[in-house]
Design a protein around this ligand. Structure first.
Ligand SMILES: [Ca+2]
Ligand SMILES: [Ca+2]
Length: 308
């Protein structure tokens, strides 16, 4: 277990000292830990569903988490779904123009400019308090254990600016008390396995990370199908795909931890028939058509019945 390692704890004492003050500032309940509240699609079976009126903080969160120093999960919105058997699913994210205002979650971001993107992972974060966040002791410990502290920057010197890796595996932990690490309670680390991604637009907006491919049309809408996902719980992390905006978008609005402009989101998850099932359906339809056509031809070729 990470937290029982004495030498690691000693290393952390120095490495986390500066972050402790930061964590104290962000220990408020207003701090948006990873939560699926109101964003659970449930078990995907024969029909899809849509969750509307969601928000995401900043227009750059997803793109920022595709680079080498990863990204902050607070710049995402988390959704979840469950599969009880092998299943293909279509996932769609699109911007939604919400009423603007001054309350947290209704800041005056330009809702018409969000370019959505999302990453899908096998795995589930915590579903009850204490919820996970990037700055919890467990989260930072995992980064230090995985990447060391030689980078000198990022969380605990790990070189990562956040816990979320939009293009691969990552882990995040919860904490009852943030700093110092909780000595009891239900603190635990949760891990995510990458299942796929989709991004609105192109490298013009989401940056030059090698291998990234967008849908080619930066119109606020993006969709993809993930084929043959194994049974289990899945998380969808949706964020903005405007990489350059992290240099220009400022923390001006709202409550702490949610100071970037907020953008409206709608997300849909729907089951997709397996290609084999579609092919069988086409073959079946063709067979019915052929039999019907054959019978009609047979009827036409019969001698006309004499009229009485
Ligand atoms: Ca980054
Ligand atoms: Ca698009």
């Amino acid at each position: 277990m990470i937290r029982s390692t004495g030498s690691l704890f000693c290393r952390q004492t120095a490495a986390l000292a500066a972050a402790a003050a930061f964590a104290t500032v962000f220990a408020s309940p207003a701090f948006a830990h990873i939560s699926y509240s109101g964003r659970n699609f449930g078990t995907i079976t024969t029909s899809g569903s849509t969750i509307t009126n969601q928000t995401v903080s900043s227009s750059f969160g997803w793109a920022d988490a595709t680079d080498g120093d990863w990204g902050d999960s607070h710049r995402f919105r988390a959704f979840r779904f469950t599969l009880t058997g092998t299943q293909s699913v279509a996932i769609t994210a699109q911007r939604q123009n919400l009423v603007t205002g001054t309350a947290p979650g209704q800041q005056t971001g330009n809702h018409d400019t969000l370019l959505p993107a999302f990453s899908v992972f096998s795995g589930l974060s915590h579903t009850s308090s204490p919820l996970a966040h990037d700055h919890s002791s467990l989260s930072v410990e995992w980064l230090i254990t995985t990447f060391g502290t030689s980078a000198g920057t990022g969380l605990g010197g790990s070189g990562k600016e956040g816990s979320l890796n939009a293009l691969g595996a990552w882990s995040i932990g919860n904490s009852l008390t943030d700093y110092p690490a909780a000595s009891s309670g239900s603190d635990s680390l949760r891990s995510f396995s990458f299942a796929g991604y989709a991004a609105d637009g192109s490298s013009t907006n989401f940056g030059a990370t090698p291998g990234l491919v967008g849908d080619g049309n930066a119109d606020g809408f993006v969709t993809t199908t993930l084929w043959n996902l194994a049974p289990g719980d899945y998380s969808i992390f949706v964020g903005g795909a405007n990489y350059a905006a992290q240099l220009t978008e400022t923390e001006t609005f709202g409550a702490e931890g949610n100071r970037f402009p907020t953008y409206g989101l709608t997300v849909t998850v729907a089951p997709v028939p397996e290609p084999s099932a579609v092919v069988l359906g086409v073959i079946g339809s063709a067979g019915i058509y052929w039999i019907t056509r054959r019978r009609l031809r047979h009827v036409r070729n019969q001698p006309q019945a004499r009229k009485a």
